[in-house]
Design a protein around this ligand. Structure first.
Ligand code: SF4
Ligand code: SF4
Length: 426
């Protein structure tokens, strides 16, 4: 029933020229990890914040009233506030928001051999299972366990995740493995070594492609072997404020950095997205891979400055970010110069013609923008969609296949087991 209601709401939004709304609430910017690619790592010296429960409840009420369909609680590390988080997930579900997500850096999976491990995980699983959480992500940066653990600063983490996944599955929660793409995703990519970031290793782009293709394959194999059933990839978010390539971005969401491990030149990004694009089909029958190939294809074309142009991001139009430090709304985590004030005061009708932006690769906003783009275009400018469909047969085939695949994956419902019978056709 809930699915029908949300499908109806989504259709109504699209008919009004809108994409079903998404709100990312940064509960806190506190974190206990040491990820080199992130400005919120525990070693960064800045005053940490969290949103109060009353403020988040008010945000959720406003989101429900404005028809927001997808709500993400992010951090920092949101699980550091686990008891509050569970209350808020229940509150959002009761408010009628169907797609609720949160995730973790996995710190509580450490110390698998110490007393209390199993009961700690069981408590987390039971509590989450008693909420309407739809997707729970566990972020992992490398298929090489000791590398991932060193990047996080959490020894023994990978074995703890592996031992815990069956407990989640038994409770009807299928966590998603979230890869933050970086230069350390596997032994193959680590062999490339960090570059200065602005040098294009043009002589060796083919080798770069091969290594990343192997790297993505390694990562997907690692996901299967660990017991994950859903995988997502977060595209690299290196924001050099004032960098001409990235427009005038100013990150309010500090999950970005300029560390070489996360920096890629434009020419490297072309190869990176090509490698991901080519690796995905090899694993679509074994894993529910969220990354739509349409989106990866257009991102690749964007960095090649070739058609088709991606659809503009819905950040600041239908998708928004609420910052833990000031409780204010921004078009996304990376347009920190555009403070839109309190979300409950925001008139979404005024945002209908927001800036058409493609300034970064934030997958949370870019992927759904790309998937919903043709639907919106078909409603508002059908002739232009027909032209696009005719012009680029590759894009047309990809979009159709993504939609079929998403259906076969049950739209990535993390509360349902995968249907491998349907997925085997991919
Ligand atoms: S990437 Fe996530 S886990 Fe790592 S330091 Fe940043 S907020 Fe923490
Ligand atoms: S592309 Fe989207 S997420 Fe990136 S800066 Fe623009 S509005 Fe923000």
């Amino acid at each position: 029933m809930n699915g029908w209601i949300s499908a109806g709401r989504a259709a109504a939004a699209l008919l009004r020229g809108r994409v079903p709304g998404q709100l990312v609430i940064q509960l806190t910017d506190r974190c206990n990890a040491r990820c080199p690619q992130c400005g919120m790592r525990v070693t960064e010296g800045f005053d940490r914040s969290r949103l109060s429960m009353d403020e988040v409840r008010r945000l959720i009420d406003a989101a429900a009233e404005k028809g927001v369909q997808a709500l993400s609680f992010t951090g920092g590390e949101p699980m550091m506030l686990f008891d509050d988080l569970a209350v808020l997930i229940r509150y959002a579900g009761a408010a009628g928001i169907p797609y609720i997500r949160t995730g973790t850096n996995g710190y509580f999976f450490m110390n698998r051999h110490r007393p209390g491990f199993r009961s700690r995980i069981a408590r987390i699983v039971e509590t989450l299972a008693d909420t309407p959480i739809r997707n729970f992500w566990i972020s992992v940066d490398s298929a090489v366990p000791h590398v991932h653990e060193a990047m996080r600063g959490f020894p023994g983490l990978v074995e703890g995740i592996r031992a815990s996944l069956p407990l989640f599955h038994d409770a009807g929660i299928y966590p998603s493995l979230n890869l933050g793409i970086n230069r350390n995703i596997s032994e193959a990519t680590m062999a490339i070594g960090p570059t200065a970031g602005d040098a294009d290793p043009a002589a060796d782009l083919d080798a770069f492609y091969e290594r990343f293709r192997t790297g993505f394959r390694d990562f997907y194999r690692f996901a299967v072997e660990m017991g994950f059933t859903i995988v997502n990839s977060c595209y690299p978010m290196s924001i050099d404020e004032g960098d001409a390539d990235e427009g005038d971005l100013s990150a309010v969401y500090a999950a970005s950095a300029v560390d070489p491990v996360i920096r890629f030149s434009g020419a490297e990004k072309v190869q990176l997205f090509r490698a991901l694009f080519d690796a995905i089909p090899e694993f679509r029958s074994q894993l529910r891979i969220f990354s739509p190939r349409t989106s990866v294809y257009t991102l690749c074309r964007q960095y090649e400055a070739a058609a088709p142009a991606p659809y503009p991001c819905r950040g600041g139009v239908d998708f928004f970010f609420v910052n833990a430090a000031d409780g204010n709304t921004y078009p996304c985590g990376y347009r920190g110069d555009e403070n839109l004030g309190k979300f409950w005061d925001l008139d979404l009708a005024d945002r209908r013609n927001g800036t058409a932006c493609t300034a970064c690769d934030w997958e949370c906003f870019r992927d759904p923008s790309e998937l919903f783009g043709p639907v919106l275009e078909g409603i508002s400018h059908p002739a232009s969609l027909v032209r696009r469909l005719r012009k680029d047969a590759t894009w047309r085939a990809l979009w159709r296949e993504d939609l079929r695949y998403y259906r076969a994956c049950g739209y990535f419902n993390g509360r349902e087991a995968p249907d491998y019978d349907r997925m085997r056709h991919f």
